[in-house]
Write a protein that binds this ligand. Structure first.
Ligand code: HAM
Length: 427
């Protein structure tokens, strides 16, 4: 026989094993601070746990599960994710009787027959958390806060963003799907092959297709899912964003976050990064108030998420390589016009350096053209431009030196920057 592992499966060798276990234990420690306790669920379940849980029209059920018939004639599947298995255990052990709110976390290998690429494997590790028993948006905000604190303690804050959406309840979603179909069906021939199929199976997924033509078509859809939300779902979202604001957790509303699993209701979110190419979600989750009942349990609202451990490790490795090459630290140039701006630029440079950024600015008054030339010569990725006029209006201009794009922002934006990554998000 040839000693070769399956395509898309990975052996994790020392010292990667140590890193994975270290990250895992750091994450578990944060979860325990929030009162979550561990559950260990089997890797193999009856296939119907997943088909009922995740929905028959999802990519996972239609083409990605490792399913086989056992010698006893049962159809079983290797777990593609953890939520459905945890819900099955929650019902089977009547955990809802033990306490009104149950908070569980789990970790381990998941299996999906996807096309392997960087950040996407057929076997990968997740660590996830599920909170059962609360419908209140405070519980959504607590779950997101736990994820955000985890990301903070892994020192990844600067490289990720939290993207948030509400997809409402099934009835609202059906109306939205119908409107989507009316808009997209006449454009069927321009959609990618996958999305042409999705028109009849799962049209919502067309919204997060990364193919160029689909992306272009979707960007012209004249309505958003929030136009279809009921008052209750809108209020839920408003309260959640207020609670996130109170916890100073920054988020971006993204109407194109729809998630690839069928069980979500109302809140959905992803932690995304620009560092991992198209596999940009490091963690993802949402609310799923109907799943426990759908799987045979009592009506129980729930909310949760899962973190992809390999993607966290990839991101940490990229950051480590970048930090260890000081010469490669990205440069920002502050360009000043006029005496007041010259002194102000020195202060701005100091404030940004305190945040770990590499910043250059001229000591002397020089022409805009000469400062811009120097910024180009020294390889600055961005220039912050301040003149007396800008300072009076309490704004600055930011120029992306590669694309030449320039835009004005209020001065407070500078105080809110966490690092160079945030500049890239601005322009
Ligand atoms: P998911 O978005 O399918 O959600 O997966 C969560 C995370 O697992 C992704 O954001 C990604 O980091 C990682 N992941 C997914 N597929 C792969 C892959 N093929 N290779 C490497 N990493 C991958 C769920 O699984 C839901 N159960 C999350 C949840 C929990 N929702 C509510 N509770």
């Amino acid at each position: 026989m040839k000693a070769a592992r399956l395509h898309g499966f990975k052996d994790i060798l020392h010292p990667e094993t140590d890193k994975l276990r270290l990250v895992e234990s750091k994450i578990k420690e944060v979860f325990e601070r929030f009162g979550f306790s561990e559950i260990i669920i089997p890797i193999l379940e009856l296939s119907e746990v997943y088909s009922t849980g995740l929905g028959n029209t999802t990519d996972i059920i239609q083409k990605e599960m490792y399913t086989f018939e056992t010698k006893g004639g049962e159809w079983v599947s290797m777990r593609p994710e953890g939520t459905a298995g945890v819900v099955r255990a929650f019902i089977e052990h009547s955990l809802y009787r033990k306490s009104p709110v149950t908070k569980l976390y789990y970790s381990g290998e998941m299996f999906r027959h996807e096309k392997p690429q960087e950040g996407r494997q057929r076997s990968f590790n997740q660590i996830g958390a599920e909170l059962f028993g609360s419908r209140d948006p405070l519980s959504d905000s607590e779950i997101i806060a736990m994820l955000w604190l985890t990301i903070t303690e892994l020192d990844l804050l600067e490289h990720v963003q939290l993207e948030l959406n509400s997809i409402g309840k099934p009835a609202e979603r059906e109306r939205y799907k119908k409107a989507l179909l009316d808009f997209l069906s006449p454009k069927k021939d321009s959609l990618c092959e996958n999305c042409r199929n999705r028109l009849s199976t799962n049209p919502l997924r067309i919204l997060d297709c990364k193919t160029g033509t689909c992306n272009e078509i979707v960007s012209h859809i004249p309505f958003l899912v929030r136009d279809y939300l009921s008052e209750q779902s809108s209020n839920h979202m408003d309260a959640l964003t207020r609670f996130l604001g109170e916890k100073s957790i920054p988020y971006r509303l993204n109407p194109r976050i729809v998630r690839g699993l069928d069980y979500y209701t109302d809140t959905v979110f992803e932690i995304t990064t620009n560092e991992l190419g198209s596999q940009n979600a490091v963690a993802a989750g949402g609310r799923y108030d109907l799943l426990v009942e759908r799987m045979g349990g009592p009506q129980t609202p729930a909310v949760g998420f899962a973190i992809g451990l390999e993607r966290v490790l990839l991101l940490l490795e990229k950051m480590r390589t970048r930090r260890n090459s000081p010469g490669k630290k990205q440069l920002v140039s502050i360009i000043h016009i006029g005496e007041v701006a010259r002194v102000q630029a020195a202060k701005m440079a100091y404030d940004l350096r305190k945040k770990g950024m590499k910043v250059e600015t001229e000591y002397e008054n020089k022409s805009l053209k000469s400062q811009m030339r120097k910024a180009n010569r020294t390889g600055a990725t961005h220039s912050i431009i301040v003149g007396e006029d800008e300072l009076r209006k309490k704004i600055f201009s930011l120029r992306n030196m590669k694309t030449g794009k320039e835009k004005s922002f209020p001065l407070e934006k500078l105080a809110g920057l966490r690092g160079h990554g945030d500049l890239r998000k601005l322009i």
